[in-house]
Design a protein. Structure first.
Ligand code: GAL
Length: 439
């Protein structure tokens, strides 16, 4: 791209054609590998991430200045490839740039961001994950993603949660989004939801436990939240949508799933891409709801854990691991910790096992409350990470995170004592150190 001089008035299509010509003209007969032609993103625009088979698996906003290898021109779009081999589609006129600006230099913090313009991260010396400590983002600010959940798009994890920063506008619950390739270095992306009472619930209205799903059919990101009035009496889910993962989400509606009360929600995406909400539904119990094909409504109640049989639970989380479903939940003690429990089943409809403790009950989940189970499948192994919130009710902005790799398999699940640990997101290997991190 740098070698080409753009003629005044040359259209993006001409330029891309010229690029392709130069791409093929330099091919020598019999030579297998063509020289790569680099292009640079020059506009903020949606960029589609492609799976190895060519399907669209996510849409994000392209990073201006990012450079990619040009693969082909496809109508009004170009196919690009990054250094890890992942391919993307973006509108043609977003890549006909004059010489690229230098990539942004990330601020130096003790958790330096790994999401600079070129989307590659090699974690040869993984950063420790320290339960209970302050976790600074790329700006050096403690991550605000409480009661959160994570989805992976391409090779990037996106963490959404309650942003309880002290300097947020009073009375407006905010949802923040962060991105990471290794689950240890987090880049702040956006306060993706900060609407002023979109469901008209009055002063003190609440929005908690946001969870984001990507719907490949509609190509939309769909965010579910627990939305409520100040007294937690409405017990609704709220639905927001966005065309990009970290854009500004728009409110769509709020309702009670199949007319059941719903407070804490959790999220689960099965291996076939179907999406589920886990919902605390007193007075009946704890539900697993399947979402409709477009994820905009509830399809059906897969299972109710009746409260009389231990289903008086919230903070729900679910993972499918080695052929078994494991559901985790917390008892209902507000912000105070309690012994979280789990049950297993071969099918989401059940039958489910009895609930058992995930850690010594007297430890009360080491002071935390479940919010999500994250499966990290790497080249060597699969780790399942327990994500818990260590709430500080009188200083919520300072609430901490307790993440630990679980001991899981053959129907057993155990949360080890919190210690500093490392994850190799490439191989999936988690290594627990010896330092007890909870002071
Ligand atoms: C907890 C719940 C939190 C929040 C809190 C309010 O039980 O898990 O998400 O709603 O109660 O007291």
């Amino acid at each position: 791209m740098n070698a080409l001089v753009r003629m005044p008035g040359m259209s993006p299509a001409c330029l891309a054609g010229l690029l392709l010509l130069s791409f093929f003209a330099v091919l020598e007969p019999g030579r297998a590998d063509p020289p790569s032609v680099m292009v640079t993103i020059c506009k903020r625009a949606p960029i589609e991430t492609l799976s190895p088979s060519g399907g669209v698996i996510g849409v994000t906003e392209a990073t201006v200045g990012a450079r990619y290898t040009l693969v082909s021109v496809q109508g009004s779009k170009v196919m690009l490839q990054d250094s890890s081999g992942t391919r993307y589609l973006i509108a043609l006129d977003c890549t006909d740039c004059p010489p690229p600006p230098p990539p942004p230099i990330p601020a130096l913090t003790n958790r330096a961001p790994q999401l600079a313009a070129a989307p590659t991260v090699t974690v040869s010396n993984p950063q420790p994950i320290t339960p209970g400590e302050i976790w600074p983002d790329d700006r050096g600010k403690h991550i605000q993603a409480h009661g959160g959940g994570i989805i992976k798009v391409g090779d990037t994890y996106y963490w959404f949660g309650e942003d309880r920063s002290q300097d947020n506008p009073p009375g407006i619950p905010v949802v923040a989004c962060y991105a990471s390739k290794d689950l240890a270095h987090w880049q702040f992306r956006n306060q993706v939801e900060k609407a002023d009472d979109p469901a008209h619930l009055g002063p003190g209205w609440l929005l908690e436990r946001p969870k984001v799903f990507y719907n490949a059919g509609t190509k939309r990101y769909v965010m579910y939240v627990h939305i409520d009035d100040k007294d937690y009496r409405l017990a609704n889910v709220g639905v927001f949508i966005c065309n990009t993962i970290d854009g500004d989400y728009q409110f769509v509606k709020n309702f009670r799933p199949l007319n059941h009360e719903s407070r804490d929600i959790g999220q689960f995406i099965d291996d076939d891409g179907s999406a589920y909400l886990i919902s605390e539904g007193r007075p009946l119990g704890f539900h697993i709801y399947k979402l409709s094909d477009d994820f905009m409504s509830i399809d059906r109640d897969m299972h109710l854990f009746p409260k009389e049989q231990g289903g008086n639970l919230e903070g729900g989380a679910l993972v499918h691991y080695n052929g078994l479903y494991y559901v985790v939940g917390s008892h209902m003690t507000g912000w105070n910790p309690n012994p979280n429990v789990y049950a297993t089943a071969s099918n989401l409809e059940g039958p489910w096992s009895e609930f058992k403790d995930i850690a010594p009950p007297e430890k009360k989940t080491y002071g935390s409350q479940s919010t999500f189970l994250l499966k990290v499948t790497g080249s060597k192994t699969t780790s399942v990470i327990f994500m818990g919130d260590w709430w500080k009710p009188s200083a919520q902005w300072d609430s901490r995170y307790l993440w630990m790799p679980l001991e899981i398999g053959d129907g057993k699940l155990w949360l080890p004592e919190p210690k500093e640990w490392t994850l190799d997101a490439g191989t999936g290997e988690a290594q627990v150190g010896s330092n007890n991190s909870l002071k």
